[in-house]
Design a protein around this ligand. Sequence first.
Ligand code: ATP
Ligand code: NCN
Length: 197
Amino acid sequence: MRTGFPIAQPGQRIGVLGGSFDPPHPGHVLISKVAMRKLRLDRVWWLVSPGNPLKAHGPAPLDDRLGAARRLVVDPRIVVTDLEARLALRKTADTIQALRALYPDVRFVWLMGSDNLVQFHRWDRWREIAAQVPMAVLARPGSRMAARYSVAATVLRRFRVAEDRAATLAGRHAPAWTLLNLPMSPLSSTKLRAGGT
Ligand SMILES: Nc1ncnc2c1ncn2[C@@H]1O[C@H](COP(=O)(O)OP(=O)(O)OP(=O)(O)O)[C@@H](O)[C@H]1O
Ligand SMILES: O=C(O)c1ccc[n+]([C@@H]2O[C@H](COP(=O)([O-])O)[C@@H](O)[C@H]2O)c1
């Protein structure tokens, strides 16, 4: 494996949480831990994005966000990586394709908050993403119901896996996705940037 890329063992089940992490917060840690438990994952990789392709304003410098994420994370199963910057990729469809090529023996699951499922149909090649990797959507205040009735949820309805079968998700062929309920965290980077909690 190239320098700077996370190490993975063959057969590992790894959740991938892409985000701006501007700044990272305990809500990110909470959903990572819930995903590991409910999906029976070995690791969660935080892909600290060079910049969300849909957001007009760039985030804080990547090194600041990586540093903050590494300081926040205590659980050794959560791995913070700048893999997208190293590969010069921003679009999730490209990232997933690259991950599958780099780690052919790993079972990846794409993780995202329910706010992201609501606008998932606006992502570049979103159907291709759903066809490449199982996905788990974590409930977030204000978007849980909207996610359930979103365009992507409707189009992908027949591939939905019931939450009580979530432990099987990583072993399934895509498309396959599930909605995970959890004690929801109201934390958001937007609020933190505005000086809130
Ligand atoms: N409190 C939370 N509950 C559930 N999912 C969350 C929460 N916070 C972040 N996420 C999810 O984590 C991923 C990365 O989040 P991101 O770095 O964008 O933080 P954010 O708090 O959503 O930031 P912003 O407010 O700037 O959009 C996204 O899929 C997002 O939906
Ligand atoms: O590929 C896309 O078109 C796309 C559009 C919007 C968001 N994403 C990804 O979604 C993840 C969450 O983004 P953010 O900014 O909400 O933290 C992050 O990995 C982004 O690269 C990807």
